[in-house]
Design a binder for this molecule. Structure first.
Ligand SMILES: Nc1ncnc2c1ncn2[C@@H]1O[C@H](COP(=O)(O)OP(=O)(O)O)[C@@H](O)[C@H]1O
Ligand SMILES: O=c1ccn([C@@H]2O[C@H](COP(=O)(O)O)[C@@H](O)[C@H]2O)c(=O)[nH]1
Length: 289
């Protein structure tokens, strides 16, 4: 091979290396930039960080709401103005879908399966959680268990640092499940749950004993076994005995508290924080907890 051919060849090789290098540098930036909007909301040169999203699943009356309440109390959030809260909590029940007229009739007779995934508007739940993760203020509908429907009242959820969402099937829908940075499963035995559900549904949800037991045997128990219990395997932390488990609650509170300390709530100037400081999905590597 002549010297000029060698030179031409090595120049070609050098050019190739440069192209490859440029390509990998560009794809590195593309990756970073593409990741950024999911973690930061950019408005007028300011960025507000995405909240740390915690899913809390478990069977009916396992104590999901009570666990969330305890966490809020221990973090001193319960008595704060809604606009001031750094930790907020919502329920998957706000995302039950509207029923058709025949379904409404069945629901009134206790013959509608509210424990089946089809009872939920999972698209709306997903869209709302994405808005929350984008740092938006959202309206959360109130669910009315007496009329078995979404009421016309909503509660405003202001951007917060940590958002808890509790519900029987929060880990059921894969796209929803993948949004969580941390997944908790409240594991309370079925007898205890039934013993709690009966008085609650009679006193708070306007049911009679026969209705509660029929619904439990026909729908609640089979659906728990088919749809809710299998999602326990997705949990990062299982909380046996629910709100009675003070050790588990204290550990979770400590973790959230550390997260809040590491992530001051003020809005950040653009470029003020690195991507690696922001929450990572628990299904991927590098989780912060
Ligand atoms: N550790 C507990 N000890 C006694 N009662 C409890 C406990 N946890 C929850 N409860 C009661 O059981 C019922 C269901 O609890 P809740 O937290 O609403 O469960 P979930 O949100 O899982 O449906 C409520 O009436 C609640 O007050
Ligand atoms: O109109 C409705 C809607 C839901 N339910 C029951 O509620 C539970 C879920 O709420 P928990 O607070 O987790 O118990 C679910 O088991 C449904 O059966 C209802 O009875 N009526």
């Amino acid at each position: 091979m002549s010297i000029s051919a060698v030179l031409r060849n090595s120049r070609t090789r050098a050019l190739c290396v440069l192209v490859v290098l440029r390509k990998s540098v560009r794809s590195f930036y593309t990756y970073k930039m593409a990741e950024k909007p999911a973690d930061y909301l950019s408005t007028n040169g300011f960025e507000s960080k995405t909240p740390f999203l915690i899913g809390v699943a478990g069977g009916t009356a396992s104590g999901k709401s009570t666990v969330c309440q305890r966490i809020m109390e221990k973090l001193g959030q319960q008595h704060k103005e809604h606009t001031e809260r750094r930790v907020v909590c919502i329920s998957q029940d706000s995302f039950y879908r509207s029923l058709t007229a025949p379904e409404r009739l069945r629901a009134e007779r206790g013959q509608f399966n509210f424990d089946h995934p089809d009872a939920f508007d999972d698209k709306k739940l997903l869209a709302t959680l994405k808005d929350i993760l984008a740092g938006k203020k959202v309206e959360i509908p109130e669910y009315d268990y007496i009329s078995n429907s979404i009421s016309n009242r909503t509660n405003t959820l202001y951007p917060a640092d940590v958002v808890l969402i509790e519900g029987i099937l929060v880990f059921y829908f894969p796209e929803v499940r993948d949004l969580f940075h941390m997944k908790l499963f409240v594991d309370t035995d079925s007898d205890t749950r039934l013993a709690r559900r009966v008085p609650r549904d009679i006193m708070e949800r306007g049911r009679d004993l026969e209705q509660v037991l029929n619904q439990y045997m026909n729908f609640v128990k089979p659906a728990f076994e088919e749809f809710c219990l299998p999602t326990k395997k997705f949990a990062d932390v299982i909380i046996p005995r629910g709100a009675d488990n003070l050790v588990a609650i204290d550990l979770i509170v400590q973790h959230i508290s550390d997260y809040l300390k590491k992530n001051p709530s003020e809005v950040l100037l653009t470029g003020g924080s690195s991507i690696s400081d922001s929450p990572q999905r628990s299904s991927k590597g590098g989780r912060p907890h």
